[in-house]
Design a binder for this molecule. Structure first.
Ligand code: NAD
Length: 495
């Protein structure tokens, strides 16, 4: 793949960088090959994209919702036709292995399918005869009813800022429902996976989306900041790390916009002594090391309860050793590289901090046999982790599993409650009582029972809690319909 100049997509056209503050080199993390020079554009490019979205809004918002959805039905088929192309682009630009990359595209398509239901989802409500009033006519003593109706209307221009870890799916948490509701949109994807985002947006044009309805600006912090403070942007949807999510939420809401900001995570997995052992090992393995630990639903702290540690700890280390760390394009790849060299350094520092804090390093991913010289760290397992250690508390976003042994179910649940994060928590057990207690008391918004990655389908909201989410209405599900619309109430009577 030769180096391509990455371009914005504004008003349906490819637009060269306008006033960039340098470029960001997009690198294949498995090979180190530079794929693209991404312009770090700022306010001028954002302004052009928002203007295109403002211009497109009157016609698009007046287009009947059924017609808007026909474009999304076509887009779904276009994505199916380009499934392999998008998969390969993810493998090259992000580093996932092929099954994970296919999952990224498939889960994105799920969001399109859900947005295709906008005609039902946007229906308002009517309550006839909310009151009666007497007729103004002296001759009549008839009671005149008052009826009331609620309608859902688009907001205007909405904006989305996305992370690197699901390059195709996460943007589709945002713009398909936003435009199905009649809004127009500006996407600022992660600079690390710009090529995937540009292709996703270009394919929407190929599906017949009118110019300016969906626009894309390439850039980093400057572009994000210009977007979330732009006077013509009504709503901001953000997915990324917690410090940035918190900042974006504060800035966007202070600028008078509605905002939903999904943040980072530190997810716990409880393993009860009565768990189905194979299912628990398999579930923890795929949760911790799938996507190289770069998921906001990645299990990061395993908590064997009571004597579960006796079988769980040796088995998880043996299973992790068998994962083949390789380029995502290798047919035998179990785990691909991290996204970039900076992530590698962060993960290696986290491992060093775990050793320094006195945790017991059972499997060292720094030593694993794997391709050298690029962004690879192998599966890593620590035992003897205790609250307060950085590997117990901080999001690592890499293939590092911390085992924290607890004596009782109550002690284990307490760990999830104490965490400032609240994205997900899972339990492996064969006890309905334990599962129910866990579900009711664990401090997280997405709960898995005998499931390592409890990812909600697009029809449900992505329900992180605490420092994993800032806002009221989550991405996806009916929350997203409410987020991307405002209500109008009509109260009427007729004489
Ligand atoms: P990140 O926070 O570094 O970047 C996310 C986006 O914000 C990018 O587009 C980036 O250009 C932009 N950005 C970075 N710094 C900014 C700033 N100071 N002001 C404004 N914009 C800024 O996140 P990342 O490394 O791309 O993604 C990984 C993080 O995303 C992890 O913490 C992961 O848990 C989280 N994540 C959360 C969810 C969720 O639903 N909760 C889903 C996926 C990823």
């Amino acid at each position: 793949m030769s180096v391509v100049p990455a371009v914005h997509v504004i008003g349906g056209s490819r637009v060269e960088a306008i006033d960039p503050d340098g470029t960001f080199a997009n690198v294949n993390p498995a090979t180190g090959e530079v794929l693209a020079q991404v312009p770090l554009d700022g306010a001028a490019a954002v302004d052009a994209a928002v203007k295109a979205a403002v211009d497109a809004f009157p016609a698009w918002s007046q287009t009947p919702v059924g017609e808007r959805c026909q474009v999304l039905f076509t887009y779904k088929q276009v994505l199916e036709d380009h499934f392999d192309e998008l998969t390969n682009l993810i493998v090259t630009e992000h580093g996932k292995n092929v099954p994970e990359a296919r999952g990224d595209v498939r889960r994105g398509i799920d969001c399109i399918e859900y947005a295709c239901g906008a005609p039902s989802l946007l229906m308002g409500r009517t309550l006839p005869r909310i009151a009666v009033s007497s007729s103004f006519s002296r001759e009549s003593d008839e009671n005149i009813p008052l009826d009331s109706t609620m309608e859902r209307l688009p907001l205007g221009v909405c904006a989305g800022i996305t992370p690197f870890n699901f390059p195709i799916m996460v943007p589709m948490w945002m713009w398909p429902m936003a435009i199905a509701c009649g809004n127009t949109f500006v996407l600022k994807p992660s600079e690390k996976v710009s090529l995937c985002a540009v292709r996703e947006v270009e394919l929407a044009s190929e599906a017949g989306l009118p110019d300016g309805v969906l626009n894309l600006v390439l850039g980093g912090v400057e572009a994000s900041t210009a977007l979330i403070t732009h006077p013509d942007v009504k709503a901001v949807s953000f997915v990324g790390s917690t410090p940035v999510a918190k900042k974006v939420y504060a800035t966007a809401t202070a600028a008078g916009k509605r905002a939903q900001c999904m943040g980072g995570a530190k997810n716990c997995m409880l393993i009860m002594p009565d768990a189905n052992r194979e299912a628990a090992i398999d579930g923890v393995l795929s949760s911790s090391f799938g996507n190289t630990g770069q998921r906001c639903l990645a299990g990061s702290v395993a908590i064997p309860v009571g004597d579960a540690a006796e079988w769980f700890v040796p088995a998880i280390v043996e299973a992790a050793k068998k994962i083949t760390t390789a380029s995502g394009s290798d047919a035998n790849c179990g785990m691909g590289p991290l996204i970039d060299a900076a992530s590698c350094e962060r993960v290696i520092s986290a491992i060093a901090a775990g050793i320094e804090d006195g945790a017991d390093l059972l499997l060292d991913g720094r030593d694993a046999t794997m391709p050298k010289g690029n962004c690879f760290v192998g599966p890593t397992v620590f035992d003897g982790v205790t609250p307060g250690m950085s590997i117990a508390e901080d999001e690592i976003f890499g293939p590092v599993l911390s085992i924290m042994r607890r004596d009782t179910l109550e002690d284990a649940i307490e760990v999830t409650k104490q965490s400032p994060f609240g994205n997900m928590a899972v339990m492996f057990t064969s006890s309905g009582y334990a599962a129910n207690k866990f579900r009711m008391e664990a401090g997280a918004g997405m709960i898995g029972i005998n499931v390592g990655v409890p990812a909600p389908m697009a029809v449900f909201p992505f329900s992180g809690w605490k420092d994993s989410f800032f806002g009221t209405l989550h991405a996806n599900g009916e929350d997203s319909v409410r987020f991307f619309t405002e209500c109008r109430i009509l109260v009427s009577r007729w004489f």
